[in-house]
Design a protein. Sequence first.
Length: 96
Amino acid sequence: MEKETKQNSATQIKVFKALADPIRLAIVTYLKQQDHEVTCGEVGAVVGISKTSGTYHFKLLQAAGLITARKVAREKYVQLDPTTFEQYVTDFYKNL
């Protein structure tokens, strides 16, 4: 049980660190408005970041479990993972 608690705490820290950045928060806000997968390029254009910067931010969001990503040929498609938000953000107070 203690190992699971430590793992949940580590994940929760990743989630909140990912959400603490204004660019990543803008990415999450944009993705929340979408009801389907979108390309990283589309998100980058809307948020106003370079491809290199986008790659960095998407990697952190994915590592925190906040987005899912899949690659098709040269395009990468992303969307929010609502289960992570529900578990670590919505129920944050309950999980303490």
